[in-house]
Design a protein around this ligand. Sequence first.
Ligand SMILES: [Zn+2]
Length: 216
Amino acid sequence: MRICPPLIEKGNSDKICPRSASLTQESLDTCWMQYAVNLIASNTSNPFTSVIVNHEYNTLMCEGISYGENDPPGPYPGGSSPLYHGEISNLLNCSALYGPKCLNYSQMTMYSTGESCPMCISAQWWYGLSRNVYATSIQKLRCLGIAQLMMPDVVLMQYAEGSPPIEIVPDVLANITDPLFLRFSSLKALPAGWPASCQTPIVQGCSATSSPEPLP
Ligand SMILES: [Zn+2]
């Protein structure tokens, strides 16, 4: 029988994002996203950061930064890898801290400064997370010239079967993260018409090259 390590004391994160009867989930989402944004300062190579919070107990569980091939090596096999996006390293971090069967991931929310790519949102679904809150969308990241698989999380979740889809909460603090991703991109200025030009349909108006339509 597996012995689970002691978890972080339930509710201890109220010091970071205080919870009160009058505070809405929307306010908590904003606070936790700000916490994820603050991690960018410790990950100077890029603005992709994330945190996992137990939303039942308002408890911070894990943090994640990316360890891509252009980033300093991290603590995972091989050090750096194109697989080590912020959300993947975050999930690996949670597994290392708590073990594979010691957390109820259906109580977990992933806060990600950039909308999770199909690999990362799929990984969250396989873990069983129930919520995902993101700031800058895939559409906007692509508008900024950052390579993307143009599949919005909310669309991919329509294909979930046998396990509940993840609830997707978009655009939380995007006004803060959009300029950070612009600085990270090779562009000198925001694309014309930003951000309206970067809303659905995907990347229309952002590029002369055509992009595939999202699946229905
Ligand atoms: Zn990813």
